[in-house]
Design a protein around this ligand. Sequence first.
Ligand SMILES: [Zn+2]
Length: 337
Amino acid sequence: MHSDEFFMERCIQLAKLGMGEVAPNPLVGALIVHKGEIIGEGYHEKYGFAHAEVNAINSIKDPSLLKESTIYVSLEPCVHYGKTPPCVLLLTKIKRVVIGSLDTFSKVNGKGIQILREKGVEVKVGVLEEACRALNKHFFTFNESHRPYILLKWAQSMDGFIDKDAKQYWVSAPETQTIVHKLRSEYQGVLVGRKTVQSDNPTLTVRAYRGKNPIRIVIDSELRLKQESLIFNDEAPTVILNTQKQNHTDNLSWIKLEKVTSSTIIDAIYKLGIQSIIIEGGRKTLQSFIDAKLWDEALVIQGEECLVSGTKAPTLNTQATEEIDFFGDQILTYYNV
Ligand SMILES: [Zn+2]
């Protein structure tokens, strides 16, 4: 017989298949086991569509087995009528429910479990809880800390420079480019400062991977950016944070802030309902978030070359928790703990 952890691991794998498609909902995977055998699987595939539990239940051939089965679900089942009816009602037909993490989002938090127990369902909570929470780090940070989950990302040379003669340093391996584009597809927003737009003219879209483009957010306090910048093209929505103008057109919004600081920026992004952002530069922007301790994770891609001079990479004052050699580059991951 496999353990509860074994089946929960599979739920996490399933949940991840919804990455980039379900926000602002959480990623959820579900699995139905009858006498040690998996008889149904499902995950939350797309925002507004059926929840993981519903998909798992619908995938089984013989519904009469449900009353003798266990359902594993990575997140506490919902209790409210949203775009779909509450899953908890469906689960009362099942013998045993194993839950990864509680849904701390105020409408659910513990209520799902309470209802199930009242209906005589056997409930176990907290199986691979840490991994289940990490799966929805964006969702939990947004709902618990009232700000988006913040990933800092930059590329640097072996000797720690991020540009040379005002030209951004970029590592050579196309495989590394794919990683960056995959990340963009998994985050709801991507933020850069004005200087990055002026020097690199990025599009900040997802090209070397499949998936949705993030909302592009640019800090341009005095509205100095030219409308020809690629950031203003219609490939993705763009938000300009500034001190001059508040306006909204189809794909373009200007949000006026009294003062532009790392905390007013994050607050504005939170109010837009954006649960996760990647901050892609430049140094001044990145360092201001580091200094304000407004970051969760940093991904630093280090190439093989030395630039000798240029702009120094931001300083994190913490050790990398993960170092991966990747097609000649090094990928370093840091967490703000
Ligand atoms: Zn549900």
